[in-house]
Write a protein that binds this ligand. Structure first.
Ligand code: ZN
Length: 422
């Protein structure tokens, strides 16, 4: 039997309900699923927020995975309402009870001034460069676009900063700031892999920038050749989404901590000592800050610098990569961050240990009495304390520089900010 296009359309209208965009918007707001059945290039040029994309050619194949319940109403839309009507008829043939076609399609939706979004378009080169990210549902092109629009500040282009810089640049973090006033020294190269032998004597900022530029031209680089101080910290950290802390003095850590809490910027913190490293995320007013853990810095004799104590070069490498990982998770909004948890890595034993960290309600920086002028929008502190049934550990004063925490279960709790995670 031969049928004309008009006859096909008439037949489809007999079995598929048609609604205009106004009603589709109302139904979508009440939870009815919107399915965009246009081609990928049409979807990429703009679509209705929250819609699911199943190109017409894959509709029969993918609809059961997307909408298992055949009694559930679904609204199909295309550009003008033709493909969605015919697609709806196909769903009826598959036993779907209430497929709905949006008459007028996306063109009418847009013409009526209804909301639509356009995903950030990656260039063909970016699609290749980040193809392994695009394959992960948790990243995808939307996540990659987020990374490209994000800004990360590195305090220090040294042992921790080097691997973190390399991986965040490779990941396509759009803007990378580096604060460092040091020069590349031959003794740095055992672990500071962002630098090279031929750059000994050059500024670390310039050296790191050269490596990043060679690795990924998508990255904009902001260099700050200065020491982080009370006077400049606020200016330096302003506008960044995440700070990767590779500082190596206690004064700088406190300065950075207090300013980042005021500015509401999360800090991914790590420190290393010989074969050990530790890592956590300070999310202002959500988890503890550095001062919650270490209210005062240790006397200098208990805090030997890395240059005195030594470090196995790969240890800051491992910790720096973990810092980069935490930074990416924060930027993408995925996974469980290390907020309120301290990860301790022992390279000799090949073990990871985790300690729960508590906020100090009397913390001068983030406690109840602290000023929150710049962070009014940040979430209130979690009311849930660490598991009180867990064995209490104490946070000893930092014993090394960078510090290493040892759980001292046998000692009476002095500052009960650390709990056993077990
Ligand atoms: Zn605090």
């Amino acid at each position: 039997m031969t049928r004309t296009f008009n006859e096909l359309m008439r037949e489809a209208r007999g079995s598929v309900r048609e609604i205009f965009p106004a009603e589709a918007a109302r139904l979508a707001a009440s939870g009815v699923r919107l399915i965009d059945i246009r081609e990928l290039h049409e979807w990429d040029e703009g679509h209705i927020p929250g819609a699911l994309h199943i190109p017409r050619a894959y509709l029969e194949m993918e609809i059961e995975g997307a909408v298992a319940d055949r009694t559930e109403p679904v609204i199909l839309y295309c550009a003008t309402g033709v493909r969605s009507l015919l697609g709806g008829q196909q769903l009826r043939a598959m036993g779907y009870a209430s497929p709905i076609s949006m008459a007028g399609g996306f063109e009418m939706w847009k013409a009526e001034g209804r909301p639509w979004t356009q995903p950030v378009m990656l260039t063909p080169e970016q699609k290749r460069r980040y193809s392994r990210h695009l394959l992960i549902p948790e990243v995808g092109s939307a996540g990659q676009a987020k990374l490209l629009a994000s800004k990360v500040l590195f305090i220090g282009a040294g042992g921790l900063g080097s691997p973190a810089l390399l991986y965040l640049a490779a990941a396509g973090v759009g803007t990378i700031g580096i604060v460092d006033f040091d020069m590349v020294d031959l003794s740095n190269l055992q672990r500071q892999v962002v630098h090279t032998s031929e750059r000994v004597g050059l500024k670390k900022t310039e050296s790191a920038a050269a490596t990043i530029r060679a690795l990924n031209p998508d990255v904009a680089i902001e260099l700050h050749e200065e020491m982080l101080t009370e006077e400049n910290v606020q200016r330096l950290i302003e506008g960044y989404d995440v700070i990767v802390d590779g500082t190596d003095t206690f004064e700088t850590r406190y300065t950075l901590n207090d300013a980042s809490v005021r500015a509401g910027i999360p800090v991914v913190h790590a420190s290393v000592f010989r074969f050990e490293g530790q890592l956590t995320v300070f999310q202002p007013f959500v988890g503890p800050c550095y001062r919650c853990l270490y209210p005062t810095s240790p006397p200098p004799e208990l805090a030997p610098a890395c240059s005195v104590a030594g470090v196995l070069g790969v240890v800051p490498g491992a910790l720096g990569i973990l810092q980069a990982t935490e930074a990416l998770k924060i930027l993408l909004g995925i996974g469980e961050s290390l907020v309120g948890r301290l990860l301790i890595y022992d390279a000799l034993e090949a073990t990871f240990e985790e300690l729960k960290l508590r906020r100090d309600p009397d913390c001068p920086t983030c406690g109840a009495g602290a000023s929150r002028e710049a962070t009014a929008a940040t979430p209130q502190p979690s009311a849930a304390p660490a598991d009180s049934a867990a064995q209490q550990f104490v946070a000893p004063p930092p014993v090394a520089q960078p510090l290493v925490v040892q759980p001292l279960a046998a000692q009476p709790p002095v500052t009960p900010v650390l709990d056993s995670s077990g």
